[in-house]
Design a protein around this ligand. Sequence first.
Ligand code: NAD
Length: 524
Amino acid sequence: LAAELVADLLAGIQDDAAKGATPDYVPGSKRCCWTKAKTGDDTTDTMVSDLVVRALSQKLDPQELPAAETVAEDIEALSETGFTALGDGVFDTMTAAVEAAHAAQQQYLFCSMEARRNFVDGIRAVALDPAILNRISRMAADETGMGNAAHKVIKNRLAAEKSPGVEDLSTGAQSGDGGLTLVEYSPFGVIGAITPTTNPTETIICNAIGMLAAGNSVVFSVHPRAARVSLLLIKLLNRKLAALGAPENLIVTVQKPSIENTNAMMSHPLVRMLVATGGPGIVKTVMSSGKKAIGAGAGNPPVVVDETADLDKAAQDIINGCGFDNNLPCIAEKELIVVDQVADYLIKQMQKCGAMLISDPAVIARLEERVLNENGGLATDCVGKSAVHLLREVGISAGDDTKVILVETGKDHPFAVEELMMPILPVVRAANVDEAIDLAVALEGGNRHTAMMHSTNVRKLTRMAKLIQTTIFVKNGPSYAGIGVGGEGFGTFTIAGPTGEGLTSARSFARKRRCVMVEALNVR
Ligand code: NAD
């Protein structure tokens, strides 16, 4: 089937390309539905999506793509000098980087909105260039040793396509006898943005679009474990901006990312706003900096299933969301709380969708020993690894279609309490839906990040939404519907629960300013 499907897809993709349309391959997309309908195969959306991505990777190999020649040359040229060489926005000291970004922003203040729109479109075009999209997705998976390249293609694409641009900056106006007052979104100046290992390139794309759309320049402080891919992307973005005539150094970073450099960035007086996407430590640090800060912190998203849910769909959605990019996304399903009455059926359905249930106590003990450290925290070398890899580590061989490991646990088990970021889904039984909701609230741990519920009982959906208070609450869908994949709304990779901006977009990176014209310009 795979060979036939790929051949079919390639024909379809060529057809799309001939018509000038971009193939769409996220789960639930037209392309996935088309594939399912065409083959009559009820393969899951994610599997079809994987296949399409694989087909695209073959088709979009840089050698086969004349249109991407210049980009491929760019990447080759950069590999010769090393991705971390100075130039194209990469500086040797944080002070030099911040000063360059400040000078750039001073010039940027005088660029038109049309120019800003062009520059933002340029960022999108770089990330969507097939050669670059594939390269950065593979590099991010290889360099960090976490997640899978095919899903990173989907995430990078989402960041490029669905992060709002200048259209997000709507102006407020009041007019009357006193004249005309405008309230406008205005830049902060230089923003210091700290990016995580789990979504290194996605966060750079999404933050660069939003921050530049709002008129800022940005200094990125990237995770040392994702330095090469982050610097490559920043260089490619700078080359594109230069080609579009943007002020030099709107997007900068340092050659050797480190905690010292991040601290130097945070304390530099020319940096007016800090945006941290990462764990609780860095969020607390930026919030204590004395500067305007956006903190997008950790989550531990629970998913609740009650007896009124469409259980077959719930099983599919949970496995799709939990297994996505090996469970790295901060929004991904991290523990399942299911009403006892339907638990056995749900588990059976999840097994049909690519989950493996582990119930042998000896194997569970080996898994605990392998993925947790002696303090009950995470063994970092297991974070973002595939279910197949983790199973192999405990002596079990599993087929490539195994996406998630299921383990029944109690509510206090570290698998349920910790944000594992591995495709291990603890299943906790509850006597009834109210108990399930209360357990979910406790396990979410006050992060107020993301939660999911599968139910057709509107009152219980409302009860959970009110009690859990998460920034994202997905009802009857996979977690990624909450960031615009198969659900309505724009996309983001910086979800700011602690500081309250919610799903960040251009306006989150702007200050509101009032501009008053006295006794004039009111034409009513
Ligand atoms: P992390 O906190 O280890 O690192 C994040 C960034 O902060 C990195 O660039 C790192 O170098 C820097 N950093 C961390 N501690 C620092 C310190 N003391 N001083 C200076 N810099 C410091 O997180 P990670 O492992 O890269 O990412 C995973 C975490 O991020 C998870 O908890 C996940 O939930 C969270 N996350 C949240 C969002 C969101 O939008 N809310 C998005 C992605 C990831």
